[in-house]
Structure formats: structure tokens, C-alpha cells
Design a protein around this ligand. Sequence first.
Ligand code: CTP
Ligand SMILES: C[C@](O)(CO)[C@H](O)COP(=O)(O)O
Length: 410
Amino acid sequence: MTDASANRASDADGKVGVVIVAAGRGARAGQADGPKQYQRIGGRAVIAHTLETFLSHPRIGPVVVAIHADDAELFERAAGANAKRVFAVTGGSSRQASVRLGLLALRESAPAKVLVHDAVRPFLDVGLIDRTIDAIGERQGALPALPVADTLKRESATGMIEETVSRAGLHAAQTPQGFPFWPLLAAHEKAHHLGKTDEFTDDAAIAEWARIPVKIVTGSPDNVKLTWARDIAMADQRLSNALPRFPDIRTGNGYDVHAFEPGDHVTLCGVAIPYDRKLSGHSDADVGLHALTDALLATCGAGDIGTHFPPSDPQWKGVASKIFVEHAAKLVRERGGRIANADITLICEAPRVGPHREAMTEALAAMLGIAPERISIKATTNEKLGFVGRGEGIAAIATASVVYPGDVPA
Ligand SMILES: Nc1ccn([C@@H]2O[C@H](COP(=O)(O)OP(=O)(O)OP(=O)(O)O)[C@@H](O)[C@H]2O)c(=O)n1
Ligand SMILES: C[C@](O)(CO)[C@H](O)COP(=O)(O)O
């Protein structure tokens, strides 16, 4: 709790006092790990969202939070730095009792107007606060409410419908409810002294009993009260959907090189190209497909081509490298990945790649199961530099992009 004077606001500065009731046990929500106001939605406690909205509103002055005697630690943890910007008081055994204790704690600050709000309505907004404050009069309260939209039925003791109740003029009450401070406190005190300590489920009802007129202002459909476990799950879902998403797009690269040896063709990107030499290797030495296999494996951290097809294993002797690429694509798919594109650059002085590009693209599209426009095959010479430039072999660089399910974890 803070130094009271730091938060004290008076009529003079026109700031509005607030009582947030947070002393309930949340029996209907039935959360095993603490009352609903301390459950996390969108990464923060329910009450932290509620506090934030009030504390960042320019018209709001002193804020009192009525908490349960057992919840001091939970509250401090949930409110974080904001715990020091409010007065925490111990609430009572009913909502009404908690409101009264909160109002008593505000007496010293003596605000002209007070808002009473449920901690478990975290989706209130600035407009709703303003509308409510604006409608408070010297002897008039303000209640945000929405017209009832469902047809209403009264149930009999036997579980049958007794009657259909007209919904004309009926509204569902929300909070924050606003009142001139002293008349509301007087009404609560009177009820308390008459032993009426838990018969009013909201402050508009106690005002009605004390003959304080209450004006209805438009509520907000978002301003739901979290009552059941399902409400908490939906609130969390709602806030999570509102967070920026970081789709799980991953890029992998691969590099390979094979030397020439005597022969009559080279196999590049699955296509046999007549040539006066061949590439030496354990398999068909398709340097482009080897680089691409590594790029695909890299997108899911699945090692490299040697992890899956060790050159020491005789079963891979002379095989078509297509099986390496198809295996890597299968691993990607098994993890839910969708290949967005594949890009291969072949680096050689000869043979010429251009005339075979279309056939290579088609072969790769079939291997990967993606459209040809998602495949790019490029070739370049090495400007006669280095081993590639001297015509001793062919190098290849490949890049693959894969979209995996879900988001990048925070
Ligand atoms: N003795 C009480 C009871 C309720 N409240 C507060 O009043 C608001 C609305 O009450 P409700 O939704 O009924 O909360 P709970 O009483 O906690 O729920 P339940 O009735 O399911 O136990 C909540 O912010 C709750 O913490 C309070 O401050 N003190
Ligand atoms: C005050 C209130 O939020 C108005 O709708 C509501 O009455 C409080 O909840 P409870 O279940 O009646 O305690």
C-alpha cells in the first residue's frame, strides 16, 4: 500500500475516485490455482488489465482496490508496479460489503464522484468510463447497461417454463457504475447499519433503494464479466488473437561441390545432360539436389544429407539423388511444413544449363510437390577463377523457404 497522500485527490482537481472490488472467491469459475481476478489472460492477470485502464485515464484520481485477506501476495504480484499506485484494503464477505469498505477508504480523499467496478471486467474502455462519469450528477448515479437481447423465460420449480417475460425496457447492468461519492457512501452505510449487508448485487440497486436516481448510459458489449472458466479461456483467446503474430517462416541454405571425372553426362537437378565428363560421387553426384536436400533439412533442424544418407552406406551407391530430396521434403511435411519456394544456383563453366532449365524446374516441382513458379534454377560461371573456373568440378548453392504451423514462440 502506498503513502495515502501521494494519491489523494480532492474535489478541487475534479478527479474521480474509483473502487475496484476484487475480494471474491470466484467459486463459479472454479479455478484451482486462485480466484479469477488473478488468472492470466493475454499474458497478464485479469486485474492487471483492469487497473491499467483506470490508472492511465486522465480523469481518474485515487483508486482503492478491495482484496481478500488471503490475497495480498497474489495482488502484489498481479498488479506489479501499479500496486504502489492504488490503496489496497481488505474486502468483505459480499460484493456489497467490499464496495462499502472501499468507499470508506476513499473518505479521506473525498472525491466528488466515484466509480465502482468489478475487477473481473477487464475489457472496459476509456469511452465507457467517460460516458459514465459524464452522466453522474449531484444526486444522480450512472449505470452502463445494454438492452437485453434474448427472449426471457421464467422457470418453474419443476424445470418447466412458467412464463415468457417481456424484455421491453430490460437492460443488463455492467460496471463501472458511477455516483456522487457522499450519497453512495451514505446509502451503503445505511444498508450496513440496517443489517442489509449482502442483498444488493450492484450499486445501482443500493442507489435505487436509497432513492438516488440512476441514469442508464450505453454499455459496451466487450465489457463482459468473467464469471465462468469458459469466460476466462475466451478472454485469453481474444487477447492472444489481438497480439501481433509472427508466422513460423524458416529459410535453409545448402552448398555442395563435386569434381569431374571421365564420363559422358552429368546429372543436374534431376536432368541428365550429355557432356564429355561426369561428376564423381557415391550417388549420381547431382550437386544441385544435394545442396537443396541440405537446405530443406536445415528448415527443420534435421541435420544434413550425410546424417540421413551416409556415403559409407553401400545402399546409396549410384542412386538417383531425387530420393534424397524427396526424403527431406517428406520430413518437412511430417512436421506440418509447406515448402514456399526453392532456389538453386549452379556454378560451372560448362555444360550450359539454360537449355535444360525448364526440364529441371519440372523435375523439381514433381519432387517437392509444389508449383513450378515456386522453383528457381539459375546458373553462373565462376569467371574462370578457382577450381570451378578451371573446369575441375561444379558447385551449387540452394535456398529453401518453408512455412511451419503456428507462430514463432515469444
Ligand atoms: N465478497 C466479495 C465478492 C465479490 N467481490 C467482487 O465482485 C466482483 C463481481 O463478483 P462475482 O463475479 O460474483 O465474483 P465472485 O464472487 O468472485 O464469483 P463467485 O460468485 O463465482 O464466487 C468480482 O470482481 C469480485 O471479486 C468482492 O470484492 N467481494
Ligand atoms: C455488479 C455486476 O457486475 C452488474 O452486472 C454484477 O451484478 C456482479 O456480479 P454478481 O454475480 O451479481 O456478484
